[in-house]
Design a protein around this ligand. Structure first.
Ligand code: NAD
Length: 514
């Protein structure tokens, strides 16, 4: 309630233009049974989620389709101006948005603010991009002919997002999609609907005062997997960008492929780092602790596997154990806290089950893993754990799985080739890192026979990517790329045009006809 006014949600309460009524900052849809919303911080109930009905999802896509037909004709730099203004509005509400992210995800304040900063950064990036949506001119084999390659707006973009980045993932997609001339329908995680509501309200505020923006360009369809499945199956959605677990990606990909639509998948990771004998161990330890324990291990890029050369394993292990001892676990709203709660009880159960299984497979806990009971800086009603570091004899079955919790498996290696092979041996392919001061080792890791992940870093942890690069991963991570580089091409369609400037009509490949 304290955030309703700072986030501008009061303007949208009871507003006719909202899809479904908004009461007390919460979207109410009339169709399906409500579910309680509880903060992972203390389990307090802060609202109810009433998912969109089939009719409402169709209406959202329908409105977006109509809006697209007007928006695609607005010059791209003018579309960039809209996104620039969105960026300014986000700057003005950064703190309040970050507080809401903390309330819904349990992220510490600094990380929540960093997530909002990503939205701001991607606005700046997309604004510049709006003047750079370039194609090609290509020479023709025929006299007085030439080929053009143009990029045109694609249509309605459906965005399905995960709980752990409740605003950044949508912003990466939506800001680029908007400058590319598309309309967007967002199905946020059912665990973080308030952040989605606040983000959408902010965009609607900006759209309201922007003359060229057709109504209905930005839509929100709240709900769980059922609503996501409706979006995926809708033939009017040109591209479905889905971020979440591998299981979700398989289901969505099947549904989109069945109607020959396009999907962009950003799925689970099982990220590894290699620490070689030449590594700066102090730097490596700091990077490893942030990557493995930051966000309570709930990033797609969180570090889960660590391969350390046998010569430095003892020393690094000592450093890590000491650092883990000093990690302050507790209420993410307190400035001293570094590790907040897990998202819910299911996440706690998964972590405990993975720990038991790892021990059964020959591993032993070096530090952490236990639940932190309420008291002091730890509120009751949340699921707080001490980040765990385990020594594993080898890369066993459990190590092959992504457990979305602060669990780091430490394994020793002798030959770098073997460590790289182990890095690549899992089914996911999102992020990876090597810590070394040896140019050849670094080169081998980022070379064609090195890490098979979409992100391969040198002396930088696996998490915390910048928006300027293309973000995404290979294999079961889904193959999608978002954010920087040429990821914008996902949100456009390519047209090849052959132009004849002459009076003759030569046919390609020298074909004669008549
Ligand atoms: P999840 O798969 O449970 O849910 C993600 C989203 O998909 C939610 O909005 C959910 O409602 C929707 N969904 C689930 N099943 C669906 C279905 N059958 N059809 C349509 N929609 C469906 O994931 P989560 O628990 O919210 O997030 C954690 C997972 O997301 C982890 O595996 C993490 O690695 C991954 N993730 C990946 C990236 C990336 O960029 N690669 C980023 C963030 C999170």
């Amino acid at each position: 309630t304290d955030l309703v006014a700072p986030l501008g949600l009061d303007r949208w309460q009871q507003a006719d233009c909202w899809p479904g009524a908004v009461v007390d900052g919460i979207a109410h849809y009339p169709s399906t049974p409500p579910g309680p919303l509880r903060s992972p911080i203390d389990g307090c109930r802060h609202g109810e989620l009433l998912p969109a009905s089939v009719v409402e999802v169709r209406a959202a896509v329908g409105c977006a389709s109509v809006a697209f037909e007007a928006w695609r004709n607005v010059p791209a730099p003018r579309r960039g101006e809209l996104v620039r203004r969105i960026g300014d509005a986000v700057r003005a509400r950064k703190r309040a948005l970050a507080q809401l992210i903390t309330l819904e995800t349990g992220k510490i304040a600094s990380e929540a603010e960093g997530e909002v900063q990503e939205w701001i950064d991607v606005c700046d990036y997309a604004t510049g991009l709006s003047r750079q949506l370039h194609g090609l001119t290509i020479v023709s084999e025929r006299a007085q002919h030439r080929l053009l390659e143009q990029w045109h707006p694609l249509g309605v973009i459906g965005v399905i997002s995960a709980f752990n980045f409740p605003v950044a993932v949508w912003a990466w997609n939506a800001m680029l999609a908007l400058v590319c001339g598309n309309a967007v329908v967002w199905k946020p995680s059912e665990k973080t609907p308030l952040t989605a509501l606040a983000a959408t309200a902010l965009v609607l505020d900006v759209l309201h005062d922007f003359d060229d923006a057709p109504a209905g360009m930005v839509q929100l369809a709240q709900g769980d997997a059922t609503v996501g499945a409706l979006l995926a199956a809708d033939t009017h959605v040109a591209l479905v960008s889905a971020t979440g677990s591998v299981g979700m990606g398989r289901t969505v990909a099947r549904s989109v492929a069945a109607r020959l639509g396009r999907s962009l998948l950003e799925l689970g990771g099982n990220n590894a780092a290699i620490v070689t004998p030449s590594a700066d161990l102090e730097l490596a330890a700091r990077a490893i602790v942030f990557a493995a324990a930051g966000t309570c291990g709930q990033r797609c890029t969180s570090l889960r596997r660590l391969f350390v050369h046998e010569d430095v394993a003892e020393k690094l292990q000592e450093k890590l154990v000491t650092a883990y001892q000093h990690l302050s676990v507790g209420d993410p709203r307190l400035p001293a806290t570094l590790v907040g709660p897990l998202i819910d009880e299911a996440a706690l159960n998964h972590m405990q089950a993975a720990l038991m299984r790892a021990e059964h497979e020959g591993g032993h806990v070096l530090i952490g893993g236990g639940q932190v009971r309420a008291g002091g800086n730890v509120p009751g009603g949340g699921h707080y754990v001490r980040p765990a570091l385990l020594a594993m004899p080898e890369q066993t079955d459990i190590v092959h799985q992504e457990t979305f919790a602060p669990l780091l498996y430490l394994m020793r290696y002798t030959r770098l080739d073997d460590a790289i092979a182990l890095n690549n041996a899992v089914s996911q392919g999102l992020s990876s890192a090597i810590f070394t001061t040896d140019l050849r080792e670094a080169g081998a890791f980022i070379g064609p026979a090195g890490s098979d992940c979409g992100l391969a870093n040198v002396n930088v942890g696996t998490s915390g990517a910048e928006i300027g690069g293309a973000f995404g991963g290979e294999k079961n991570t889904g193959g999608g790329r978002e954010s920087g580089s040429d990821a914008w091409k996902n949100y456009m369609r390519r047209a090849t045009n052959t132009l004849n400037d002459g009076n003759a009509l030569p046919l390609a490949q020298g074909v004669r006809f008549g």
